[in-house]
Write a protein that binds this ligand. Sequence first.
Ligand code: SF4
Length: 366
Amino acid sequence: MDWEKALLTLKARKADPYRGRQLARAVFQGAAASYAEVKVLPADLRQALEAEVPLLSSSEAAVARSEDGTVKTLLDLAGGGQVETVLMRPSPLRWTACISTQTGCAIGCSFCATGKTGPGRSLTPEEITDQVLYWRQFLRREAPGERLGNIVYMGMGEPFLDYEGFAASLRILLDQGLFGIGARHISVSTAGLVPQMERFAADFPQVNLAVSLHAANDGLRDRLVPINRKYPLAVLAGTLKTVFTLHQRKVFLEYVVLEGENDSAKDAADLAAFVRSVDAGLLHVNLLAHNPGVPSPKGSSSAPAQGSLAEPPRSAPPADPETRRFQGYLKELGIICTVRQSFGRDIDAACGQLAARSRAIDKEKE
Ligand code: SF4
């Protein structure tokens, strides 16, 4: 919802300011699916809003459901193009939305389906926050009483490629009069755009930051995460130190374990050295299994499964052996790390898979 436009619409009808607060409560907290449900407003205001301000800027094009309870939706965007957005349930009472910021991505990480699609446009702040509104409406409809707990900017695109638009969307999510999401319940992932990392730490010191590292020697990282050619590891390490002085929070290092590429004992030693060169106490390594469906020597893809939000979540598949082995190397080196569960692999909704599925969904619709 374009909130500025909604306020202007109310103002043009000389509505009292408290009408805006009533509308915000109904839409952002109550997840009203239509203006007809916002009965607290007089009919003339509802009609004016209906005519001028769509509740959601995007429309649902396709929905896929995983057997582990994850849901992925392909959205048609008001400004053109499509994007995928994901709802996960890491535990029975906790829902997390993974939102996208671009229709493609110019960074071109080697293991990422979005990167394979090439550059895309940046979403408007409204298109970004409407993904959260969409999932709030979805949960109200399909799992009444359950709440969206966390938001992760880890979907399609690199959020910091359009810092202004990203920051505007984050302010809307944090605004206590609108979405009212706590800063510590939001995480933002970047491939390592150094200048924007410092801006982000200064602008949003309470919001979690994750860096997609994936390799800790420059030769390999140049290939896996090409932005490394512009901001190599020594520069990234220096920036992380600056970030800590501004941010004063742990930063997460994301490391997708690619068999035969970055999973050797030497790669683990490089990672341990990088972590120690910054500050082992302020970094936390998250290991991610490589997900099928993304181009790779071993890539494969499976058909979407049907599930129901009413069913308890099935546990995500156990981590791959190579991920466990790599975790063992790090443990021997004294580096504490977590193996992050993958959700929605069977519908290409897991890390690195977004955009892989949209083309297939499109074909199913035709
Ligand atoms: S991992 Fe992130 S930054 Fe890299 S290509 Fe994919 S969307 Fe872009």
